[in-house]
Design a binder for this molecule. Structure first.
Ligand SMILES: [Zn+2]
Length: 85
């Protein structure tokens, strides 16, 4: 199984975090598409409501791993029943 990873707040350990990135507008998808992360950008923790530094750590929470696995299975099932996607 793939080792799931997450970014967490260095201060409180929460994964309720954000970082700065450039996004490109895509008219056909009607959405902003991630281009790249801003080098030396500001990282933010919504739980601390402060700038923070992020740690990149393995996910050990079984519920999160289960939710990821179920979502992936559903996506695979959808791809099988609707190959044109
Ligand atoms: Zn925090």
């Amino acid at each position: 199984m793939t080792q799931l990873m997450k970014y967490v707040c260095e201060t409180c350990g929460s994964d309720n975090v954000s970082t700065e990135a450039y996004v490109d507008w895509d008219t056909s998808k009607q959405a902003w598409i991630l281009d790249e992360l801003v080098c030396e950008g500001i990282d933010w923790c919504s739980d601390c409501s402060e700038d923070t530094t992020l740690d990149y750590v393995p996910v050990t929470d079984l519920r999160t791993i289960a939710e990821y696995t179920i979502a992936k299975e559903k996506a695979n099932d959808a791809a099988r029943t609707n190959p044109s996607g």
